[in-house]
Ligand binder design. Structure first.
Ligand code: GDP
Ligand code: IMO
Ligand code: MG
Length: 413
């Protein structure tokens, strides 16, 4: 396949996370030389299946499974060094070379209340680890503050300075060879014609501004943050791929208009939960399940500027007799065709559904669009019509190769 050079693609989740971003990032990395994480921390969890072998990733970009590809952790990421080395060692045991290919921005901060500290302009950055005295002074200020809350407000035990400092210095020695000016390296790679892939974590509805606030994560998960979170200009982002499950899931609390009963056997929600194996990679918690929400996707398309969609887990819907598609909501006596902003309004939304026929054939492992059952194609076409976003890819199993490509993100418009 001929691929355009110097072209950069952003992959974002368009729902509440776990849309299958990791699988698609790994697949698309065939056409890229560098993969960049730009936000979130080890709260992300991606499962990749390559030749039947599963790999779980949290902090390390999902491009790591392609030999020779460079992986970057941008300034927008919050980094737990302990979690990072746990993950690196796991990959090394499985024979994956990591340290020579991983570049970590010196502007990354530690996790914990890290985003809170970042906005309050007191956070510890990776670059502080290069100067033990500077690190120690900043750590003392932070511990004074956080220990006050821990002890006086929460009645918990204080964190010991020496324990944190000693561990940080041990990690500093291991991190130093991977510390980099990621912004400069990405701009240089782009100038030299590399294709880059910016990998989002979480999903648009977990974005701190555009999600179901306050039931959100602490970073911006939308495509625009690929630039700010890695140190490149927005003009370097050429194509935005929205990863979208063929239904919806959500981990944890917060409004979810199309949620179904997913615990009772025999119901469509139970089908999604069990056939889709909807359990969190990071927390092991069951993911709540519900119908596809096209009005939610409209919001996502708008705030990300999506170029195209990749519909994942279409195979999970195999065997369902009827499918409900949410096209809008009733809210306070009015109808609306787009998800409102913030949790309070979303809580009051009643979905408006349109019913489509399901299909009984298996779509597992299908790699050509015209081999999909006719009702599956009608479902996809209706999603395109209602959301106004073209579907460029479809995923039909967890396996790297079980992907239908209608329009390749790395081919120029
Ligand atoms: P991420 O956080 O967006 O990378 O997604 P996760 O990896 O947390 O969750 C997606 C889950 O669905 C993983 O277990 C994948 O292996 C699996 N998966 C991805 N695409 C497909 C697909 O098309 N069909 C099925 N059945 N499973 C898929
Ligand atoms: P990936 O990258 C699904 C959920 C958490 C919690 C809420 C806030 O795998 O798609 P936080 O860690 O910021 O306190 O989380 O959001 N959450 C995710 N759910 N996928 C994720 O990431 C998630 N990251 C956080 O469970 O309810
Ligand atoms: Mg996940």
């Amino acid at each position: 396949m001929s691929v355009t050079t110097g072209r950069n693609v952003v992959v974002v989740g368009t729902q509440w996370g776990d849309e299958g971003k990791g699988k698609l990032v790994d697949w698309l990395t065939e056409s890229a030389q560098g993969v960049v994480r730009f936000q979130g921390g080890h709260n992300a969890g991606h499962t990749l299946v390559i030749n039947g072998v599963k790999t779980a990733l949290h902090l390390i970009p999902s491009g790591i499974m392609r030999p020779g590809v460079k992986c970057y952790i941008g300034n927008g990421v919050v980094l737990s060094a302990a979690k990072l080395f746990e993950e690196i060692e796991g990959l090394e045991k499985a024979g994956v070379e990591v340290r020579s290919r991983l570049r970590i921005s010196e502007a990354c901060r530690g996790i914990g209340p890290a985003y809170e500290d970042k906005i309050a302009r007191r956070a510890l950055r990776v670059q502080d680890l290069k100067h033990p005295e500077r690190f120690a002074a900043k750590l003392r200020v932070l511990l004074d503050l956080h220990n006050h809350v821990l002890v006086e407000v929460l009645g918990a035990t204080a964190i010991d300075f020496d324990t944190v400092f000693d561990e940080a210095m041990r990690h500093a020695a291991l991190l130093k060879p991977m510390m980099a000016d990621v912004s400069r390296e990405l701009n240089d790679a782009h100038r030299d014609g590399a294709n880059l892939l910016f990998e989002g974590a979480q999903g648009t509805l977990l974005d701190v501004d555009h999600g179901t606030y306050p039931y959100v994560t602490s970073s911006n998960c939308v495509a625009g943050n690929a630039a700010a979170g890695s140190g490149v200009g927005p003009g370097m982002l050429h194509y935005i791929l929205g990863i979208t499950k063929a239904y919806c899931t959500r981990v944890g609390g917060g409004p979810f208009p199309t949620e179904l009963d997913w615990a009772t056997p025999g119901t469509p929600g139970y089908h999604m939960s069990t056939v889709g194996a909807e359990k969190g990679v990071t927390t092991g918690r069951s993911r709540r399940c519900g119908w596809f929400d096209a009005a939610l996707l409209k919001r996502s398309a708008q705030v990300n500027g999506l170029s195209g969609l990749c519909i994942t887990k279409l195979d999970v819907l195999d065997g369902l007799e009827k499918l409900e598609l949410c096209t809008g909501y009733e809210l306070d006596g009015e109808t609306t065709d787009i998800l409102p902003m913030g949790a309070d309004e979303i809580e009051r939304c009643t979905p408006i559904y349109e019913t489509l026929e399901g299909w009984s054939e298996s779509t597992v492992g299908v790699t050509q669009y015209d081999k999909l059952p006719v009702n599956a194609r009608l479902y996809l076409q209706r999603i395109e019509q209602v959301t106004g976003v073209p579907i460029h890819m479809v995923s039909t199993s967890p396996d790297r190769d079980h992907t239908i490509m209608m329009r390749h993100p790395y081919l120029a418009d």
